[in-house]
Design a protein around this ligand. Sequence first.
Ligand code: 15L
Length: 260
Amino acid sequence: MTGASGALGRVLAAALGRQSWTLRLTDIRPFPGPLPDGASFELADLADADGSRIRALAEGCATILHFGGISVERPFDEVIGPNIRGLYNIYEAARRAKARVLFASSNHTVGFHRRDEVLDLNSTFRPDGYYGLSKVYGELMGELYFAKHGVESVLVRIGSCFPKPTDARMLATWLSYDDLVGLCACALKAETVGCIKIWGTSNNKRMTWWRGDDREAIGWSPKSSADEYADELASKTTGDPVVEQHQGGAYCRIDYSRPE
Ligand code: 15L
């Protein structure tokens, strides 16, 4: 697992450790706190031009849970190393290790779609920044490595994975930690997956922007729902039309300079 020291990495490491998976964890930052049972940890830089360290770490792994890299909108020069070069290192490592990849993609691949649209897997990419663009690259990298080398991928377009939804947008985008763990466990256990794409949200029915994906291939069905927070959160909006009209929310506003 890359990005093991990050917010989602720590949740997953603890939960998958409890499920008795053997985990090889890595991150550019040290792992905070004690390691889960059955886990080892090594520091590594995804953006390493040589890639040999990542390849060595992947040896013997059945699946790479790729949660590493820049996880929010940042300037292009910060994104390119971990999220573009890093992706290449991960897929080359997966090819050599004959490992499956679960790629933590993002809703920011389609962030500039409007909120009154319902998307499916045929909808076009509309990245809302350099971060979202790097996730588009990652999804296409998965497609390339499956078509050319047979490397399997579960490409998960994560909505907003936090302990609780905290604003109106998250009534559509929220993914609970339990559902994330369930999804990863299904992806680890599935016999064959090919190259599939899944909307990473909980069972949110009151507000839905995304439908129709490949979750059946791994037998995942989310259990949590943001619906129970609807009364509390429906009015928690920003009042900014660029933010509120688009699925990517605040990411669309960063550096936004389009004349109205
Ligand atoms: C993401 O891709 C980010 O990693 C996360 O920090 C949130 O901003 C999330 O999207 C979101 O859209 O809420």
